[in-house]
Design a protein around this ligand. Structure first.
Ligand code: PLP
Length: 451
């Protein structure tokens, strides 16, 4: 496989002829429910680089979608996959024992925040991890209700969809949802729904849960779990202020509610700590993980306090969960993250945040930058100083970056989402920032790249 030198190399109009043909076939045979932001048809990848079927080279600052934590096809992950694939591919983790699943659960217990012993339920995806948390919370507490947050994304199967409150399209015509979920405002201080300022607000959004929601519709004695993302991902890369999760943790402890943290997007080193919740002092009872945990192999987990995960045999299971090849990929991924990638995410995240904030002075459309490690959001606004987002402008910037060979995505109504693989080097980040700068200038001046 060719090694990338510097930056993207776009040789054809986009999409190129081979990509165009495959996209036509895709439209005939693939579910139209998928959201494809731009016409990228991937042939191969290495590190932060991807090549399309027409030989164009792109920089992937999405990491799949916050999944390829160790970069595309990291040699150590690939070698772990090959070694396990040659031993055995499957032996249902629900029904039988095998080493990779047990070793991974031991590793997850070691890296999960909090001192209490942990057990893991292994599955295949983020939504399944959230479903497991939901079921375990009900099982453990014998309570029916849940609290979740506006702006949250927890997945698309019917249980996790009931918690998801990010975009109405994700729910339209799928109701009725799982009964018993109350949504409350998230700590989005830039666009505070209570129109108050941190810290003088004294966490009005948390008081609202106890003083209004729990008193009027959702008796706390009936609440099994409060489910929350430490950093809202799909909802717009929103980072709550210091002290917020400590307050939520206290609230849950006061009423015997399971404090469930969805780290599907923010976990496994992406924010510069193994789990984003570690930026606060609020140990969860359960954590849902997936995405970056196996560098792109399908895997998810509900990691819970051992005294919480005490459901009886047969109460929950899945044929493919904890696949041995995925577990070995995950063990190799965690080793790499612990060795150096988590620290790289922290330092590269700081570098990119600083650079984007400097860029803000040159671009009227940049409202603000939200960044925790390599979970970086940049809000695109209608005019300087305003909090009114500009979704169309955001979409044009994403498109112009693509034309220049930089892959980024949107999140929330009007933010740019930048989530490169944790292996990203400063030289790559510098090129990506230059491309973004150029794309912003072009969009602000109403110009398009020629091809
Ligand atoms: N939870 C969060 C925070 C996510 O970002 C996602 C996916 O984007 C999910 C859950 C669902 O994960 P999956 O798509 O693997 O089902």
């Amino acid at each position: 496989m060719a090694t990338a030198k510097t930056g993207p190399d776009i040789r054809t109009a986009l999409p190129g002829p081979k990509a165009q043909k495959l996209i036509e076939k895709d439209q005939k045979f693939i579910s139209p429910s998928y959201t494809r932001t731009y016409p990228l048809v991937v042939e191969k990848g290495r590190g932060v680089y991807l090549w399309d079927v027409d030989g164009n080279r792109f920089m992937d600052f999405n990491a799949g979608i916050a999944v390829c934590s160790t970069g595309h096809s990291h040699p150590k992950v690939v070698s772990a996959i090959k070694a396990q694939a040659s031993r055995f591919l499957h032996m249902s983790g629900t029904d039988f024992y095998y080493g990779p699943e047990i070793r991974l659960a031991e590793e997850l217990a070691a890296i999960a925040p909090g001192r209490s012993a942990k057990k893991s339920y292994l599955c295949n995806s983020g939504t399944e991890a959230v479903e497991a948390c939901l079921k375990l919370a009900r099982y453990k507490t014998h309570r029916p209700l849940m609290i979740a947050f506006y702006g949250a994304f927890h997945g698309r199967t019917m249980g996790s969809l009931a918690l998801t409150a990010s975009k109405a399209t994700q729910r339209k015509y799928f109701g009725p949802m799982l009964a018993g979920v109350s949504h409350v405002p998230f700590a989005d201080c830039r666009r505070c729904p209570f129109n108050v300022k941190f810290p003088t607000c004294n966490f009005a959004c948390v008081s609202f849960i106890e003083d209004v929601v729990m008193k009027k519709t959702t008796p706390p004695e009936d609440v099994a779990a409060l489910v929350v993302e430490p950093v809202q991902g799909e909802g717009g890369y929103v980072i709550p202020p210091p002290g917020y999760f400590e307050k939520l943790r206290e609230l849950c402890s006061r009423y015997g509610i399971q404090f469930v943290v969805d780290e599907v997007q923010s976990g496994f080193g992406r924010t510069g700590k193994m789990f984003a919740i570690e930026h606060w002092n609020a140990d969860p009872d359960m954590i849902a993980v997936a995405k970056g945990m196996a560098s792109g192999m399908p895997l998810g987990a509900c990691i819970a306090r051992a005294d919480v995960m005490d459901w009886q045999p047969g109460s929950h299971g899945t044929t493919f969960g904890g696949n041995p090849v995925s577990c070995e990929a995950s063990l190799a991924t965690i080793r790499l993250i612990r060795e150096s990638l988590m620290e790289n995410a922290r330092t590269m995240g700081e570098y990119m945040k600083r650079s984007l904030e400097q860029m803000q002075a040159r671009h009227r459309t940049i409202g603000w930058v939200n960044a925790l490690g390599l979970m970086i959001g940049m809000e695109i606004v209608r005019e300087p100083g305003s909090t009114v987002g500009d979704p169309k402008m955001r979409d044009r910037i994403v498109e112009e970056c693509f034309r220049r060979g930089l892959l980024i995505l949107g999140c929330g109504p009007s933010a740019l989402r930048i989530s490169p693989p944790l292996v990203v080097r400063r030289a790559d980040a510098r090129i990506a920032l230059e491309i973004l700068d150029d794309a912003l200038t072009a969009v602000e001046n109403g110009k398009k790249r020629a091809r």
